[in-house]
Design a protein around this ligand. Structure first.
Ligand SMILES: Cc1cc2nc3c(=O)[nH]c(=O)nc-3n(C[C@H](O)[C@H](O)[C@H](O)COP(=O)(O)OP(=O)(O)OC[C@H]3O[C@@H](n4cnc5c(N)ncnc54)[C@H](O)[C@@H]3O)c2cc1C
Length: 396
């Protein structure tokens, strides 16, 4: 059973998030006095600064234990925080990115005392940005097929090979990297999890421009890159277990529901405004489509609360997490697709064009939303997980 009622404590928590955001958003935020940053470099520089503000306000590392400088929020409080954060239109956070979202929780579980002391605080403050060097040209869904080599040479692991789709790599200070240290054992064994300083000699980063026009992605090449042994997380050849911890955090986010609800509200506004002779919201077919999206957004809300309830009861999202990821990523694509259809020929304008609707938000969103059914496990992979773990079907 799903319990939607929030306690007085949870409502007080909601009010504290709302109050803090109202008092601490940059002066004139999202107006011509303080517009949202544009372009990758400006966005990253702004996000670093904003992360410092969140940290100083006690809002960094929301799910991290207090002993490590975090806030130790329950999954429900985290969801409430995300609802308020999106409602306020607050800036994009690094906090959902690799450092606070993936590296921090992985080090808290598996890091040495030295690694925790060295890395956790700079992650929380936004002083050091991280990227995730997992995928390779021949290893994505089947991550354990990765071939980037790590050879043990005294006190170092020497890395040679290539990663791809490495978001933020050209801005990152550090990278969580998985390499193959033993090629003679079954593929899930013989992997090692490293913390890599991106300034180490032998690393070449080449940006890849996405269809949105922004280059978040990169190819990263390694030529005799020497990584000190103290930067191995866990044991040499036992990196698969560590990467599973990282991946479990990648799939457990609760931000999609608040974000999609916010997008639906924007879409309703667009449908009332955009018109040739009458508002598009008056068109019966458009009304049907908007109603369908509203129903699906409500299904997403229920699914998110159910998932949060399951995590609070069992400590894990279970296969319900896969169902939710599949559902929200495809719902967001349908929503963006309708938005660009409503824009008509204006959908061809980009964010720089003065006549574009909502500063090109819908065009950008339509292109970017294609990514969500690929990263953190593709839709096909989520369906496989559900077929085996929810329906009990044999492996395909
Ligand atoms: C926006 C974005 C950001 C990313 N950022 C990073 C990052 O920072 N670091 C990083 O390491 N990676 C990153 N990735 C890469 C991402 O993890 C991979 O794209 C993803 O794991 C899929 O791997 P692949 O692209 O190699 O596709 P493949 O695994 O080659 O899949 C190709 C197609 O085959 C299907 N398929 C594969 N296996 C099966 C199967 N068993 N059953 C049925 N169908 C299957 C897939 O669903 C897909 O349609 C990012 C990707 C995106 C889109």
């Amino acid at each position: 059973m799903i319990d939607f009622a929030t306690s007085p404590e949870e409502e007080a928590f909601r009010a504290s998030v709302r109050g803090w955001l109202a008092a601490n958003l940059p002066e004139g935020w999202d107006t011509p006095r303080c517009p949202r940053p544009r372009g990758a470099a400006e966005k990253v520089a702004f996000a670093r600064q904003w992360q410092r503000t969140l940290h100083d306000g006690g809002w960094a590392g929301l799910a991290w234990p207090k002993g490590y400088g975090g806030r130790d929020l329950t999954p429900l409080q985290h969801l409430i925080f995300n609802e308020e954060y999106v409602r306020a239109g607050a800036p994009d956070m690094i906090d959902v990115g690799v450092g606070p979202g993936l590296t921090g929780p992985t080090l808290i579980h598996h890091g040495t005392d030295w690694q925790k002391k060295r890395f956790l605080e700079p992650i929380l403050r936004g002083d050091e940005i991280w990227c995730q060097g997992f995928s390779e040209p021949g290893a994505g869904s089947d991550l354990a097929a990765l071939r980037t080599r790590g050879e043990i040479d005294g006190d170092h692991v020497v890395v040679n090979g290539q990663k791809v789709w490495t978001s933020y790599a050209r801005f990152a200070d550090w990278c969580i990297l998985i390499v193959r240290t033993n090629p003679d054992v079954p593929k899930h064994r013989g992997l090692t999890f490293l913390l890599l300083d991106m300034k180490t000699p032998g690393i070449t980063v080449r940006p890849l421009v996405e269809m949105t026009g922004v280059a978040w992605f990169n190819e990263v090449f390694f030529e005799n890159v020497r990584v000190p042994r103290e930067l191995v997380v866990g044991e040499v050849d036992r990196g698969w277990e560590i990467s599973l911890t990282t991946l479990s955090h990648e799939r457990g986010t609760t931000i999609p529901y608040p974000r999609i609800r916010h997008e639906l509200e924007g879409l309703l506004t667009l449908s009332r405004r955009r018109s040739l002779d009458a508002p598009l919201a008056a068109d019966p077919v458009v009304r049907q489509e908007l109603a369908q999206l509203a129903i699906e957004t409500e299904v997403l809300r229920i699914g998110t609360y159910r998932n949060v309830g399951e995590i609070m009861r069992t400590g894990q999202p279970g296969p319900g997490g896969s169902m939710l990821k599949l559902f929200w990523s495809e719902l967001e694509q349908r929503l963006m697709e309708l938005a660009t259809r409503l824009e008509g020929p204006y959908a061809a304008l980009d964010e720089q064009a003065p006549q574009s609707f909502d500063e090109g938000r819908w065009q950008y969103g339509a292109l970017w939303s294609r990514a969500a059914s690929i990263y953190a496990g593709t839709s096909e992979v989520q369906r496989n997980i559900m077929s085996q773990r929810t329906l009990g079907l044999p492996r395909g």
